[in-house]
Ligand binder design. Structure first.
Ligand code: DHB
Length: 389
């Protein structure tokens, strides 16, 4: 039988059995991208969607012979909504993979759905250590707060910052940042006279900052989610805390590239630790930031965009390996991927399904009239310290 005849017969049979839906499913590879597109985490959604679309523009919209269909849904960062959308994407749209997840509670809410339906789930933003344990189908391309925090707790006491107050958002990633920063600083001979927690939603930093001012530590370590950093910076400066001799340090969420350039010169000199800076000096990152800006009215990609872009890479390469199949074959293709990201080298540990990556120490500097997180040191191939305990 000639190949053409065979194909025609197979298609006819498929049509008789299941109608056009079967054909459509055979010819598309569906990615359900759930993001906060509105509400306080909207910048996370905007960054990740832009990065996913850039990846597709650069790498084509077919993979393993199938047309890639990106279905973007807004969960407004409410976990009940994330769960309902995930259910619909799995049951009605029959997506091959779920992706996105702007905040930890949204990722945690979908874990059971991924497990029951055997749908791989790529966490591109949320960063509490324990997320990857919520389902064996979860793979992460963002980072973890323990991963980012420990490097700064090693740097601080060597640089004269021995008494450090911590101030974190009162939920998963904040509690991880607080615990791992504090334990490591104390191990290094430092002290944490106070650990403050602010509500995740609508935080008022003023009373907390007043308390910090009264304690007068060498430094204030901050974790707030992407989008909240500028408010912390503004109030820190308004209260003259820098002039009172208190240094602001934190994970890179505080000097978020999405907002940094609008924070003003008061941000100069702030030291943070993180996995991605738009200023990372590599040819691949230069290409990424240039093409991202070009496609998005000059927007600068932040660490959320890096997580989204690399998440698409992990999905595309896994789809090639699984020949376009979903489920366990797709998951297997995600595990153990090793590649160069705009952030630097990156590895998906097959055992933990979590990201192993470099963590950089960075200082805010002005270059060509713009503020950047300029990397000045690197700790290579950092595994999530939250998993080795
Ligand atoms: C999480 C959200 C963020 O915006 C961020 O910068 C880090 C962590 C989270 O909810 O896990």
């Amino acid at each position: 039988m000639k190949r053409r005849q065979f194909t025609a017969l197979t298609l006819a049979a498929a049509g008789a059995l299941g109608g056009p839906a079967v054909l459509a499913q055979d010819n598309t590879f569906k990615i359900g991208l759930i993001l906060p597109m509105t509400g306080p985490q909207a910048t996370t959604g905007r960054q990740i969607e832009a990065a996913a679309r850039l990846y597709m523009a650069q790498h084509g919209d077919t993979v393993a012979g199938k047309k890639v269909q990106l279905i973007v849904k807004d969960d407004t960062s409410l976990p009940d909504v994330t769960r309902r959308i995930a259910q619909e994407l799995v049951v009605n749209d029959k997506v091959h993979v779920l992706a996105g997840f702007g905040i930890t509670p949204s990722a945690m809410a979908v874990g059971p759905i991924a497990t029951q339906s055997k749908t791989p789930m790529v966490v591109m933003a949320a960063a509490t250590s324990s997320i990857t344990e919520a389902s064996p189908y979860i793979v992460r391309t963002s980072f973890t707060l323990p991963q980012a925090s420990v490097a700064l707790a090693d740097w601080a006491p060597k640089n004269g910052l021995k008494r450090v107050v911590t101030l974190v958002s009162d939920y998963g990633p904040g509690l991880d940042a607080e615990k791992f920063f504090r334990e490591r600083l104390m191990l290094n001979g430092g002290q944490v006279p106070e650990s403050l927690r602010v509500p995740m939603r609508n935080p008022d930093f003023a009373p907390f900052l007043q308390k910090v001012r009264d304690i007068k530590p060498d430094a204030l370590f901050v974790f707030v989610p992407s989008g909240a950093g500028a408010a912390v910076m503004k109030q820190f400066l308004e209260r003259g805390m820098d002039k009172a001799g208190i240094k602001l340090i934190g994970t890179g969420d505080v000097t978020d590239d999405d907002q940094l350039n609008d924070m003003g010169d008061g941000a100069l000199g702030v030291v943070t630790s993180h996995h991605y800076s738009a200023n990372h000096p590599s040819a691949l990152n230069k290409k990424f930031t240039t093409e991202f800006a070009k496609a998005n009215k000059g927007m600068r990609p932040n660490f959320m965009a890096a997580g989204g872009y690399d998440g698409m890479r992990v999905i595309y390469e896994a789809a090639k390996a699984s020949k376009g199949q979903g489920g366990d074959a797709l998951l297997a293709g995600m595990k153990g991927q090793i590649f160069e990201s705009p952030r630097g080298p990156m590895f998906i540990d097959a055992q933990t399904r979590d990201v192993v990556q470099n963590i950089y120490l960075r200082k805010v500097e002005k270059k060509d009239g713009q503020l950047w997180n300029v990397e000045f040191d690197v700790i290579k191939d950092v595994k999530d310290p939250g998993k080795t305990r």
